[in-house]
Design a protein around this ligand. Structure first.
Ligand code: ADP
Length: 288
C-alpha cells in the first residue's frame, strides 16, 4: 500500500531538563546533578513518529531565531520529516523548563515562544493541507489556527485527525470538522460529550492497550503488550503518529500497529528519542 502523505500542524519545543535532589523553594538556589536538552513538543514528536512508521510527513510549525530552532529542525530532518514549510520567526523557540527531583516528581514551565506566533496560515501551508491524505493536529498552538486548518482540510477531502491535548474548551466547529480523535483516559473523560460527535475515536489506555469506536458503534480493542517499562513519556505521541501513518490500512491494522509503537516507546528513555522505527514495530508485531 502507498505510504500516505501526512501533514502535522503543531508545536515544536526544546525541553530543558534539570535534575536535582529537591526543587528549590522561592528565592532559594540549589545545586543540580544533571542537565539535558531534549527535542520535544507534541507536534514534532508525532511528526517524527509518523515518519518512522513510513508515512511521508510534512511539518507545519514555527521555530525561533535561536540555536534551539536550528537543533529542532535538524531533529525533524534526521527523522525524514519535510521541513520546507517550517517557519523561522523572530524571538525564542518554544521551550519547556523541567525540574525533576530525587523522587521523580517534576515541575514544568512551558513557554510557547515561536509556537504562539503560528497564526494565519499561508497559501503554501493551506495548499499542503489540501494535498495531504491526512492532517494531524494537537492543541499546543493557537486554537484558531487549528480550526482554520481543520476546516480547510475537511473542505479539501483531507482526513482530519485531532489529539486534543492539553485539555481545553474547544469551539463546536472544531469538533464537527474532526474525522478521527485520539485521546488518553483523562482526555476521554474530559471530552466525553464532545467525542460523541466524532465519527472515529481511539482511546489509549496506558498498559491496558487501546479501544477504537467507529461509526454505527463498531468497536475494536487491542490489549497492551507486556513490556519492561523504562519511561512512559512520549508513548501517547508515538501511538498517535503511528496510528495516523497506517490509518489508510484500516482501523484494525492501524490500532495494532500504534499499540505496538506505543509499547515500544515505553521501553526507552525520552520522548522523541524513544519513538520506534517501522522495522522495530514490524519485528515486535510478528513476535507478539
Ligand atoms: P498518554 O501517554 O498520552 O497518557 P497512554 O498512557 O494511554 O497515553 O499510552 C499510549 C499508548 O502507549 C497505549 O495505548 C499503549 O499502546 C502504549 N503504552 C503506554 N503505557 C504502556 C505500558 N505500560 N505497557 C504497554 N504499552 C503501553
Amino acid at each position: 500500500m502507498d505510504s500516505p502523505t501526512v501533514v502535522v500542524l503543531g508545536s515544536v519545543n526544546m525541553d530543558l531538563v534539570t535534575t536535582a535532589a529537591r526543587r528549590p523553594a522561592p528565592g532559594e538556589t540549589v545545586l543540580g546533578s544533571d542537565f539535558a536538552t531534549v527535542p520535544g513538543g507534541k507536534g514534532a514528536n508525532q511528526a517524527i513518529a509518523a515518519a518512522r512508521s513510513g508515512a511521508r510527513v510534512r511539518f507545519l510549525g514555527a521555530i525561533g531565531d535561536d540555536t534551539f530552532g536550528a537543533e529542532l529542525t535538524a531533529t525533524l530532518l534526521d527523522a525524514g520529516v519535510d521541513t520546507t514549510l517550517l517557519r523561522r520567526v523572530d524571538g525564542p523557540s518554544g521551550i519547556a523548563s523541567i525540574v525533576v527531583d530525587g523522587t521523580g516528581e517534576n515541575s514544568i514551565i512551558v513557554v510557547a515562544g515561536a509556537n504562539g506566533q503560528l497564526t494565519e496560515l499561508t497559501a503554501a501551508e493551506l495548499a499542503a493541507i489540501a494535498a495531504a491524505d491526512i492532517l494531524l493536529c494537537q492543541l499546543e498552538i493557537p486554537i484558531d489556527t487549528v480550526l482554520t486548518a481543520a476546516r480547510h482540510a475537511r473542505a479539501s477531502g483531507t482526513v482530519v485527525a485531532l489529539n486534543p491535548s492539553p485539555v481545553q474548551s474547544l469551539p463546536t466547529e472544531l469538533w464537527t470538522a474532526v474525522d478521527l480523535a485520539i485521546v488518553n483516559s483523562l482526555e476521554s473523560e474530559q471530552y466525553s460529550v464532545e467525542l460523541t460527535q466524532v465519527a472515529h475515536v481511539v482511546r489509549t489506555l496506558g498498559g491496558a492497550g487501546a479501544v477504537y469506536r467507529g461509526e454505527e458503534e463498531t468497536e475494536l480493542t487491542v490489549a497492551g503488550l507486556p513490556v519492561e517499562v523504562v519511561d512512559t513519556t512520549g508513548a501517547g505521541d508515538a501511538f498517535t503518529g503511528a496510528l495516523v501513518a497506517t490509518w489508510n490500512q484500516g482501523a484494525s491494522t492501524a490500532l495494532n500497529w500504534a499499540n505496538t509503537a506505543g509499547a515500544l516507546a515505553t521501553t526507552r528513555l525520552g520522548a522523541s528519542s524513544s519513538i520506534p522505527s517501522s522495522a522495530q514495530i514490524a519485528a515486535a508485531l510478528t513476535t507478539s
